[in-house]
Design a protein around this ligand. Structure first.
Ligand SMILES: [Ca+2]
Ligand SMILES: [Ca+2]
Length: 268
């Protein structure tokens, strides 16, 4: 859930050719105006036997039985590092953060809408290609904004011991921080952000993975500590670290800010 998300879905694509193309749909309430459908390929993979990719043919918006908007995906203007056009489709070949596609859609009138994506994939490895579809509006009135405010109300109760409402000043301030952090992360999506485990913080895995800090000793009796990278890499390889909408990283910052609040530090 991001500050702008309305409704969403994640789909596994079994179709492996244009002739067996599938249609995936999400449905929810939208108000009139220009909205965005954000599409992400969650699990790129490749080996000597093949390459996992997603091919997006078209996006259709329906209101009831009427088609109110249609977009051919090959017309999408996008940075070329993670795609090319093929078979009248947008060939999404990698899962990097910069590869999340923002497709503009025009919603003519308020009401329940169905967003349909016609797609197929190329298969490799032991998972099917996964497509994330998020319909987005704005950070003021979206369903995502309301859900984040409700979660902040709950956190104020749990962490700070205060009773607040979704529109009280405390929640407003925390929500503004959430939006600022999320926006900044979103705008810097192509930049590389390292993490502490690569910087040699030997206590990074404390409480997460036991015994990964190993003591070494040379023939002169000098001792030093290192990390058992085989175990660490096996552990990290089993974790899904994808955060295509940047919400996990944003919550980390917002939670850290709340835990520096005097009411968390001194009153509980
Ligand atoms: Ca097409
Ligand atoms: Ca690929």
């Amino acid at each position: 859930m991001t500050p702008v998300s309305e409704f969403s879905g994640v789909f596994e694509i079994t179709a492996a050719s244009r002739s067996t193309m599938q249609t995936f749909s999400v449905q929810g309430h939208l108000t009139a105006g220009e909205r965005t459908v954000s599409l992400a390929f969650l699990n790129d993979y490749g080996d000597e036997l093949g390459d996992r990719n997603i091919l997006l043919d078209r996006l259709t918006v329906r209101q009831g039985n009427a088609v109110v908007y249609r977009y051919e995906m090959e017309n999408l203007d996008h940075q070329p590092q993670c795609h090319h056009m093929e078979q009248n489709a947008f060939h999404l070949s990698s899962s990097g953060e910069g590869c999340v596609l923002a497709v503009p859609v025009v919603i003519p009138s308020d009401g329940t809408h169905q967003i349909e994506i016609a797609a197929w994939g190329t298969h490799a490895g032991d998972e099917l290609p996964k497509l994330s579809v998020v319909v987005e509006s704005d950070a003021e009135n979206s369903a995502g904004a309301a859900a984040i405010r409700n979660k902040l109300v709950e956190l104020h109760d749990k962490l700070l011991g205060v009773q607040v409402t979704p529109d009280s000043p405390d929640v407003e301030a925390a929500y503004r921080l959430f939006v600022d952090v999320w926006q900044r992360r979103y705008e810097s999506r192509d930049a590389w952000f390292g993490c502490r485990r690569d910087g040699g913080d030997v206590l990074f895995f404390e409480g997460i993975l036991d015994g990964v800090v190993v003591q070494h000793e040379n023939e002169y009796g000098d001792r030093w500590y290192g990390i058992d990278w085989d175990r660490v890499n096996a552990f990290m390889g089993g974790i899904d670290l994808s955060d295509p909408s940047y919400t996990a990283q944003t919550w980390v910052v917002v939670l850290a800010a709340m835990m520096m609040d005097y009411r968390y530090l001194y009153l509980n």
